[in-house]
Design a protein around this ligand. Structure first.
Ligand SMILES: Cc1cc2nc3c(=O)[nH]c(=O)nc-3n(C[C@H](O)[C@H](O)[C@H](O)COP(=O)(O)O)c2cc1C
Length: 191
C-alpha cells in the first residue's frame, strides 16, 4: 500500500556539496548545499538553491560567482559544520581547517580537500518558493589527478562523495555496474 505523505524534501539522495562564495573584498564563505544539480550538460550549467536567509544567498546575489566543491567522507565533520553555522557569525575556513585555494576565473576559492571543484558565474536566478536557484555557467572544472580513472573520469571509489537523504549522510562508493550507452544515445554525450 502506498501512502501520500506531507510535503518534504522528496527527491533524494542529493549531494552534500560545499559551495564557496565571496564578498566584494574577496573574503570567502562556505556553506553546505543539498540543492545542487545540473540544469544543462552542454554547456554545463550548474545550479544551487539557497534560502534568502543564508549569507551565501546574499553573497552570490551580489557577486554572481560561486564554486561547487564536492567533499568526500573524510571531511564529513566540516560538511556538517558548514551546514549548521552561518558565515555571518563565524569564519568557517578557520573553524573547520578547510584550505582555500585560488580559483582561475572567480573570487570564491576552491577547497583543497574536495577532489572536484566547479567554478561558476551566475547566468540566471529563479525563485519558486523557499529557495532562490542560482544557475551558473561552468567556467572551469578542477579534478584531483589522483582520483582520475583510466577512462579519464573521476573514480568514485578513490574519493567517496557524500549523499544527503532525509536528514542523514551516506557514503557513495559502491559500483553496481557501468552504464551502457544505447547506439542512439551515443554522441549526445555528457552522461
Ligand atoms: C546536508 C545539508 C544540506 C543543506 N542544503 C542546503 C541547501 O541546499 N540550501 C540552503 O539554503 N541551505 C542548506 N543547508 C543549510 C545551510 O548550509 C545553512 O543554513 C548554513 O548555515 C548557511 O550558511 P551561510 O549563512 O554561511 O550561507 C544545508 C545544510 C546541511 C547540513
Amino acid at each position: 500500500m502506498k501512502k501520500i505523505v506531507e510535503e518534504y524534501r522528496a527527491v533524494f539522495p542529493t549531494p552534500a556539496a560545499l559551495i564557496t562564495s565571496a564578498d566584494e573584498e574577496g573574503r570567502a564563505n562556505v556553506a553546505t548545499a543539498g540543492e545542487t544539480f545540473m540544469m544543462s550538460l552542454r554547456p554545463l550549467v550548474v545550479a544551487v538553491g539557497f534560502r534568502p536567509a543564508t549569507y551565501t544567498n546574499s553573497l552570490i546575489r551580489k557577486t554572481r560567482e560561486f564554486v561547487v566543491n564536492l567533499p568526500t567522507v573524510k571531511i564529513l565533520k566540516a560538511v556538517d559544520f558548514c551546514g549548521t553555522h552561518s558565515g555571518r557569525d563565524v569564519d568557517k575556513f578557520k573553524a573547520t581547517g578547510l584550505t582555500p585555494l585560488p580559483s582561475k576565473h572567480v573570487k570564491p576559492p576552491l577547497i583543497k580537500e574536495c577532489p572536484v571543484n566547479i567554478e561558476c558565474r551566475v547566468r540566471g536566478i529563479v525563485t519558486f518558493g523557499s529557495h532562490d536557484v542560482f544557475a551558473g555557467d561552468s567556467l572551469a572544472i578542477h579534478v584531483d589527478e589522483e582520483i582520475l580513472g583510466n577512462d579519464g573520469m573521476p573514480d568514485i571509489s578513490k574519493a567517496p562523495t557524500i549523499a544527503f537523504a532525509n536528514g542523514r549522510y551516506y557514503s557513495v562508493d559502491t559500483l553496481l555496474e557501468p552504464l551502457r550507452f544505447s547506439r542512439s544515445e551515443k554522441g549526445e554525450g555528457g552522461r
